[in-house]
Unconditional design. Structure first.
Length: 105
């Protein structure tokens, strides 16, 4: 019987091997075309947006009711527009969410 630890370890090794294959295939003096570089620079923000949208809108497959998640997200958006800093944005969102939960919302 395969344990969860073995499955996660194999998945981690496979993921790491896939990442290394890109380094070996594109290593050396090769330069990526500008369109590919631009597309790759947008992957991380798109993944973060998908995670945040899923967290805000769904709770175990059901629509999430308006509450602390949404208010904390509004605080984070406000700080992001004001400070233009990922660190400040994340910190403000976490603090706002914790405060709203402690307040019973």
């Amino acid at each position: 019987m395969i344990t969860a630890f073995v499955v996660f370890t194999i998945a981690a090794i496979g993921t790491y091997a896939i990442r290394l294959s890109g380094v070996f295939l594109l290593g050396g003096d090769r330069e990526l075309p500008p369109r590919v570089r631009k597309a790759l620079s947008l992957v991380a923000p798109a993944a973060m947006a998908a995670i945040v949208a899923n967290s805000l809108l769904l709770n175990e497959g059901e629509w999430r009711a308006f509450g602390a998640w949404h208010l904390a997200a509004l605080v984070a958006v406000g700080v992001a527009l004001w400070k233009r800093s990922m660190g400040w944005t994340l910190a403000a969102g976490v603090v706002a969410f914790a405060a709203l939960l402690l307040a019973g919302l």
